[in-house]
Ligand binder design. Structure first.
Ligand SMILES: Nc1ncnc2c1ncn2[C@@H]1O[C@H](COP(=O)(O)OP(=O)(O)OP(=O)(O)O)[C@@H](O)[C@H]1O
Ligand SMILES: [Mg+2]
Length: 579
C-alpha cells in the first residue's frame, strides 16, 4: 500500500528528501544553542568578561539565524512536497476513475469517490507533511538533546529517562482508544456526503414531496454522529497536553531541586543547569511531537487505504493487443448472449439472446419496465461486456475493436442522459469537436431541435446550466439526439430518447432519420407502439428474454404481449391512426 502511494511523489522527490535534511540541520542548531548559552552564562556573565559575552553573543545570534533559516526552508519544501504529493494522488485517482467501466462505477458510490478525492487526500497530505518534518525532527531532537544533556550532567539526565516511560504509556493508551473512532469517522463522512449529494441532486423531488423535514432529520442524525465521534476522539487527544505538562513540570521541579543542591555543592554551574532545563524542554517536546505524528499516521491510515482502493481498481474493459480500428458496417449480431451485472450466471439479466440485424435496418424494442431493454443495447457499444456468448458489430466481436473506434461508430443516447454546463454548441460538439456550424444546424434539424434553439435569444450560444436544468425534458432529449447524430455513427441507439417528446415531433424525427440517414442502423427503445410500428423489426422483450421478433403486422397477429400493449394504448387514445 505504502509503495503505491509513494509512487505518486514523482517530481516532488527532491523536496521530500530535502525537507528531512533541512530539518536535521535546524535541530542541530537548536541543540547547540543551549550549550552556547551555558558557556555565555558561566564564562561571560558570571565571570564578568565583556569581550567574551560579545563574541559568544554574536556566535549565538548567527546560530539562531541559521536555525531560523533552515526551519523556514524546511517549512517551504515540506509544504511543496506534501501539496505536490496530494496533487499527484488526486491526478492519478481521477485519471483512473475516468478509465472506470460502467461496472466499476457501479461498485463505488459517487459520494464515496468524492470523499476519497477530497477529505482522504487532505488527510494523507497532512500526514505526509508531518512525517517528513516531525517524524524526522522528533527522534533526532530526542537523541541529540539526550546526548547533550548527558554530556552536561548525567545524573540530572536520568530524571528525563524516568519520565519517558510514563509519557509513552499515557500516549499509547490515548492512541489506542482514539484510532478506532477515527476509522469510523471516515465511513461516516461517506454517508454524510452521500446524504448531502442525494438531497441536492434530488432537491426538486424533495420539495415536491415536502420531505424537507425528513431530509433535515437524516442530515442531523449523521452530522450528530460525526460530532460525537470527533469530540470523543479529540477529547482523548486533548489529554495529551495535561499529561505532557504534568511530566514537564515534574521534571523541572526535580531538575531544579537536584540542580540547586549540585550548584550549592559546586558540582555544577548555573549555566549548566540552564542548559539542562532547556534540553529537558526539548526532549519532552520531541516526545509530544512524536505522539502527534503517531496520531496523524493512525488517522490517515484509514484514508490511505481508501485512496489505494481507487488507485488499484482496474477497469474490466480493456483494449485487446491488436485492436480492429475500423468498423466495416452497421450490422449487429447477438450470439447466445447471457449477461449479468454481477457477472454471476445465477443472476442473469439477459438470457439466450440471439439476434441478427442487417446494416441500415431500423429496429424497435418494446417491453415492460425492467425487461432488460437498456441492458440489451448497452452491450453493443460495449458499455458492459457480455457474461457469455458474443456481440458482433460489422461481423466482428465488439471485444476485438479499439474501444474509441467502436464507440465513435455506435452512438447511444442513454436513457438517463445529461447535458453539461456550457453553450448548446459546446454540448453538441461532444459528438464531433470539429463540426462546422452548418453541420450543427443540420443535425439539429434532423432531431427537430433547430426550431426551438432558434427561438432562444442567444440561439446556439445559449448557456446550458449544469445538468441541463434550463431546458425542458423534451428539448434536452432532442439536444442529446442531435449530439449523437453529429458523430455520423454507423449504429444509432435511442434508449427511450423521445419519451418526453410529443407524438407529432417524435414522428417527424423518425421520418427525418429514414430519409436522411438511411444507412445507419437504428435501434429505438420506446414505450409507445407508434414510435416503433414502422420499424423493419420489432423485438418484444420480456423478463430478460426475447419474446418475439417481427414486424408490426406480424406481432399484432401472433404476439399476445404486443397485442396487449397496442390495444391498451389505443384505448388510452394515444394514437389515432390505429384503427
Ligand atoms: N447498473 C446496474 N447494476 C445492477 N443491476 C442493474 C443495473 N441496471 C439495471 N439493472 C437491473 O437489470 C434489470 C433490467 O434493467 P434495464 O434497465 O435493462 O430495464 P429496462 O427494460 O431498460 O427498463 P426501463 O423500461 O424502465 O428502462 C432490472 O431488474 C434492473 O434492476
Ligand atoms: Mg431502460
Amino acid at each position: 500500500m505504502i509503495k503505491k502511494l509513494l509512487r505518486c511523489i514523482r517530481e516532488y522527490k527532491r523536496d521530500s528528501i530535502l525537507t528531512p535534511i533541512l530539518v536535521t540541520l535546524e535541530v542541530v542548531m537548536e541543540v547547540i544553542i543551549p550549550l552556547l548559552m551555558a558557556n555565555l552564562i558561566d564564562y561571560g556573565i558570571t565571570a564578568g568578561n565583556m569581550s567574551y559575552i560579545l563574541k559568544m553573543g554574536t556566535v549565538l545570534a548567527i546560530f539562531a539565524m541559521l536555525s531560523l533559516f533552515f526551519g523556514a526552508m524546511a517549512g517551504s519544501t515540506a509544504a511543496k512536497a506534501s501539496a505536490g504529493f496530494a496533487k499527484n494522488l488526486r491526478h492519478d485517482m481521477y485519471y483512473n476513475v475516468q478509465n472506470f467501466s460502467f461496472s466499476n462505477i457501479d461498485k463505488f458510490s459517487t459520494a464515496s469517490i468524492v470523499t476519497r478525492l477530497t477529505t482522504d487526500v487532505t488527510n494523507v497530505q497532512n500526514a505526509y507533511q508531518m512525517i517528513i518534518r516531525m517524524a524526522v525532527r522528533s527522534p533526532i531532537m530526542f537523541i541529540f538533546s539526550m546526548a547533550m544533556s548527558f554530556s552536561v550532567n548525567p545524573t540530572l539526565s536520568l530524571i528525563f529517562l524516568g519520565a519517558v516511560p510514563v509519557l509513552l504509556l499515557g500516549l499509547g493508551f490515548i492512541i489506542k482508544l482514539s484510532f478506532p473512532v477515527f476509522k469510523r469517522v471516515f465511513k461516516r463522512y461517506d454517508r454524510l456526503n452521500s446524504v448531502v449529494q442525494e438531497n441536492l441532486r434530488g432537491i426538486r423531488v424533495v420539495k415536491s414531496y415536502v420531505r424537507e423535514e425528513h431530509e433535515k432529520k437524516k442530515f442531523n442524525a449523521i452530522s450528530g454522529e460525526i460530532y460525537k465521534d470527533f469530540s470523543f476522539a479529540e477529547k482523548l487527544l486533548a489529554l495529551n497536553m495535561p499529561l505532557m505538562q504534568f511530566c514537564v513540570y515534574a521534571c523541572m521541579l526535580l531538575v531544579s531541586w537536584i540542580g540547586a543542591q549540585l550548584i550549592v555543592g559546586s558540582d555544577m554551574t548555573t549555566g549548566q543547569l540552564m542548559s539542562v532545563i532547556t534540553y529537558a524542554m526539548q526532549i519532552l517536546m520531541s516526545l509530544m511531537m512524536l505522539s502527534m505524528v503517531f496520531v496523524m499516521i493512525t488517522m490517515s491510515r484509514a484514508s490511505a487505504e481508501r485512496i489505494v482502493e481507487i488507485l488499484d481498481e482496474e477497469s474490466d474493459i480493456h483494449d485487446v493487443e491488436h485492436p480492429v480500428m475500423q468498423v466495416p458496417n452497421g450490422s449487429v449480431q447477438f450470439k447466445d448472449v447471457c449477461f449479468s451485472y454481477a457477472k454471476d450466471m445465477n443472476k442473469l439479466c439477459l438470457s439466450d439472446i440471439n439476434l441478427e440485424i442487417a446494416a441500415g435496418e431500423t429496429v424497435g424494442i418494446i417491453g415492460g419496465t425492467g425487461s432488460s431493454k437498456s441492458s440489451l443495447v448497452q452491450l453493443i457499444p460495449r458499455l458492459y461486456d457480455v457474461t457469455q456468448g458474443a456481440v458482433l458489430v460489422g461481423g466482428i466481436d465488439v471485444r476485438e475493436y479499439d474501444i474509441e473506434t467502436l464507440r465513435n461508430e455506435v452512438a447511444m443516447v442513454l436513457q438517463k442522459n445529461v447535458l453539461f454546463s456550457g453553450t448548446i454548441k459546446e454540448n453538441l460538439r461532444w459528438g464531433d469537436e470539429n463540426a462546422s456550424d452548418e453541420e450543427l444546424v443540420r443535425v439539429c434539424k434532423l432531431a427537430c431541435a433547430d426550431e426551438f434553439i432558434q427561438g432562444f435569444p442567444d440561439g446556439y450560444d445559449t448557456y446550458i446550466e449544469q445538468g441541463g436544468t434550463n431546458v425542458s425534458g423534451g428539448q434536452k432529449q432532442r439536444l442529446c439526439i442531435a449530439r449523437a447524430l453529429l458523430k455520423k455513427p454507423k449504429i444509432l441507439i435511442l434508449d427511450d430518447s423521445t419519451s418526453a417528446v410529443d407524438t407529432k415531433t417524435d414522428a417527424m424525427i423518425r421520418k427525418a432519420f429514414a430519409e436522411e440517414i438511411p444507412n445507419t442502423t437504428k435501434f429505438i427503445i420506446a414505450q409507445r407502439i407508434s414510435s416503433v410500428e414502422n420499424a423493419d423489426k420489432i423485438i418484444v422483450m420480456d423478463g430478460g428474454r426475447i419474446n418475439a421478433v417481427g414486424t408490426h403486422e406480424e406481432l399484432l397477429k401472433n404476439n399476445p404481449i404486443y397485442k396487449e400493449v397496442y390495444f391498451s394504448q389505443i384505448k388510452g387514445g394515444d394514437s389515432d391512426d390505429a384503427r
